[in-house]
Design a protein around this ligand. Structure first.
Ligand code: GTP
Ligand code: MG
Length: 196
């Protein structure tokens, strides 16, 4: 299963570029280089659709894609890249904050992407706490699962869950944007609860 008819609509540098059409939004957040753009590519089944950056921190705008002619895919700038200047980081966090404050009721799923190989960072935890505080429908995508042995998955998922302090109501999926592991689980989440 993939998302069909995906198209790039625009990049938004601030809230004036955010969609205001009431369509559901699937927001992808996560550290720089964790694979947000790659995950979107996997979900739409097209390599190089959302750009994949060789140098972390490259996505500085909110990139907006429309899939199935009715679902916004929102590629947020990555956070927590240490080499980004303090000023840039400030701009990122202001943008993300603005994004999340704006028209929040249309966020159908808040996809927090983390690296399955490592314990979540303080920034990851902050995002999860934030999602919880605003009652956003949080889903955790534990990406780069292809880098682990199958025997390590269970323990790694438990570590992700513990590090983010999410309870059993929050789905945590082992995922690989490269191998498309977990893609059906994520797509099912996207469609669940959407009006026909
Ligand atoms: P920013 O836009 O800079 O915040 O990064 P991003 O989160 O969009 O990450 P991006 O999709 O650009 O991927 C970063 C790097 O990780 C690229 O080199 C990808 O090829 C690699 N990558 C992403 N997902 C996977 C995965 O599931 N497995 C492996 N092995 N590599 C991955
Ligand atoms: Mg990106």
């Amino acid at each position: 299963m993939i998302l069909k008819n995906a198209e790039f609509v625009r990049s938004a540098a601030d809230a004036s570029g955010f969609p205001r059409d009431g369509r559901p939004r699937i927001v992808f957040a996560g550290r720089s280089n964790v694979g947000k753009s790659s995950t979107i590519n996997s979900l739409v089944g097209r390599k190089g659709f959302a750009r994949v950056s060789a140098s972390p921190g490259k996505t500085v705008f909110v990139n907006l894609f429309l899939a199935e002619q009715r679902i916004w895919l929102v590629d947020l700038p990555g956070y927590g890249y240490s080499k980004t200047s303090a000023q840039e980081r400030q701009r990122y966090s202001a943008l993300i904050e603005q994004y999340l404050d704006d028209d929040m009721e249309n966020i159908h799923r808040f996809m927090l992407i983390v690296d399955i190989r490592h314990a979540p960072t303080a920034d990851d935890r902050l995002m999860a706490d934030w999602a919880r505080a605003y009652h956003l429908p949080l889903v955790v995508i534990a990406n780069k699962a292809d880098k682990l042995k199958p025997s390590q998955l269970r323990e790694s998922l438990a570590a992700v869950r513990a590090g983010l302090a999410v309870d059993e109501t929050v789905p945590v999926f082992a995922f690989s944007a490269e191998k498309h592991t977990g893609r059906d689980d994520v797509i099912r989440e996207i469609f669940s609860g959407l009006r026909e």
